[in-house]
Design a binder for this molecule. Sequence first.
Ligand SMILES: C[S@@+](CC[C@H](N)C(=O)[O-])C[C@H]1O[C@@H](n2cnc3c(N)ncnc32)[C@H](O)[C@@H]1O
Length: 270
Amino acid sequence: MDDWLATNRANWDERAAPHAASPDYAVERFRSDPAFLSDVVRFDLPRLGDVAGRRGVHLQCHIGTDTLSLHRLGARMTGLDFSPAALAQARALCGDAVTFVEASVYDALDVLPAGAFDLVFTGIGALCWLPDIAGWAAVVAGLLAPGGRLFLREGHPMLWASDERPDGSVVVDFPYFERPEPTVWDEGGTYVETDHVFATTVSVEWNHGLGEIVSALLAQGLTLTMLTEHDSIPWNGLPGLMEPVGAGEYALRERRERLPLSYTLQAVKP
Ligand SMILES: C[S@@+](CC[C@H](N)C(=O)[O-])C[C@H]1O[C@@H](n2cnc3c(N)ncnc32)[C@H](O)[C@@H]1O
């Protein structure tokens, strides 16, 4: 699909305002409580370590809630996203505390300095919008300073490959491996609570196998330092089969041990 970038950008532009207004992104809580952190960042606090003073870039930062959380932990944050509507919400939330730039991930090195970041943070519904994981890994490696690290928590490729059936079974129904052609979706709605009626319903996604992601990072000379799979994710990814398990996470209601739902990966640039 030639116009994948424009298709997905239009889709994300329409999601930005309803997401900022949704209780699930807790924007009001960020405003009223200066110590508040997103569920996503809080989940990974035991793995994140000390980021105080670090030069961080959040790729695909959306409306800036995780970016602001990292700023509140002391990192000097820049957020990058290709959606001007998402960035308008992010700027309204973060003010001058965070620098935001508008670009596709693949153009990040045109708008940000190479080798200038101690931390590249990304994930939770980020990689599925990118057609080429090798190109993404090259951008990550290009942004990192020597000794800097990638911190990625993402939906597991086995989850992206899965679908639910009314009898409660999970079936493998979508590509696990990266394919040139995307999976095209045409559906209203989004993954947070909102009564917004969407006019822009088409989006296109790609899956990337876990081995493909790790191999792409290794091919860029990064050293893998963590790969932890989790049995929960911070959205209701298989509606009907999942239940909330606290702290914004969802897990399979029955036999959680069946399927990895997300993972946290860290890799360091030597
Ligand atoms: C689900 S959000 C992920 C961010 C974060 N987990 C969150 O929920 O706040 C996906 C973001 O990726 C952005 N995005 C999608 N494709 C992109 C691309 N090629 N370049 C830059 N941003 C992109 C969208 O605009 C959206 O803000």
